[in-house]
Unconditional design. Structure first.
Length: 255
């Protein structure tokens, strides 16, 4: 963990290899809430431990490394953050997949990206297995292996892939866009400087789709700032999600 609360902007320098695995060091040693949703709240310590366990299992059991792209297909929850951070900490790139995509689109994207492993939840494991990939239930993986600080996890190089997203396909076949760690670090450096360079704040809500590229802003910036990410359920409409955020005591100060 590299980015330290209060200096995340300077640590996330453009062109560096620093990426969202660098959740706030100062917050990780405390009980500050990192991610929460209805009925669930995890501290930075919780998130760090669960994502490390997930990464260790991916590398040890599923042979995941820098050349792998891992699918992520699950309902929005704190486990979403564990899956994404677990993939990055394992040295892999992730491919966000939406649970409401038709099987035809889901299967086509999986085949085109060459994905063999998908992190998911119990509700979608059987469907993914039927599509010919290996489902990995994130909650089970993160609870299986004790976090071992003596086993180093790889640090990504600037030109390593961070994630791959697909276009909607509205003008033809969906096309994959590969984003390297250098580009992600450059964007997050800009976002942190532009939105929070002049003052406090940074508590945000995750309510947009993972396959929407700008979701990385609300997903990673709060964690790099040592603030709180609130995850809204997929059943919430955009209007209802915005209403929640603007409600008093929502726990969200940036929209």
């Amino acid at each position: 963990m590299i980015a330290i609360k209060g200096s995340a902007i300077s640590a996330m320098r453009p062109g560096s290899h620093i990426c969202p695995i660098s959740i706030s060091r100062s917050s990780a040693a405390t009980d500050a809430v990192a991610v929460r949703s209805d009925g669930m709240a995890w501290t930075y310590r919780d998130l760090d431990e669960r994502s490390r366990r997930c990464a260790q299992r991916l590398r040890a059991v599923h042979s995941v490394g820098a050349t792998k792209i891992i699918g992520v297909c699950l309902e929005p929850s704190p486990w979403t953050a564990v899956a994404l951070l677990g993939a990055l900490r394992a040295g892999a790139a992730y491919l966000p997949l939406e649970t409401d995509w038709p099987d035809a689109r889901l299967g086509a994207v999986l085949r085109d990206a060459g994905v063999a492993i998908v992190m998911t939840d119990d509700a979608h494991a059987a469907r993914l297995s039927a599509l010919g990939v290996t489902p990995v239930v994130v909650a089970q993986e993160a609870a299986t292996t004790p976090a071992d600080e003596t086993t180093p996890l790889p640090a990504p190089a600037p030109d390593d892939l961070a994630y791959v997203i697909y276009t909607s396909g509205s003008t033809g076949q969906p096309k994959g866009c590969a984003v390297e760690h250098r580009a992600l670090a450059h964007y997050l450096h800009w976002a942190l400087s532009y939105y929070w360079g002049a003052g406090p704040g940074g508590d945000m809500a995750l309510f947009t789709r993972l396959s929407f590229d700008l979701t990385v802003t609300s997903l990673y910036c709060p964690l790099l700032l040592g603030r709180t990410l609130t995850v809204y359920p997929a059943s919430l409409t955009p209007r209802a999600a915005l209403a929640r955020q603007f409600a008093p005591h929502s726990g969200v100060d940036t929209v």
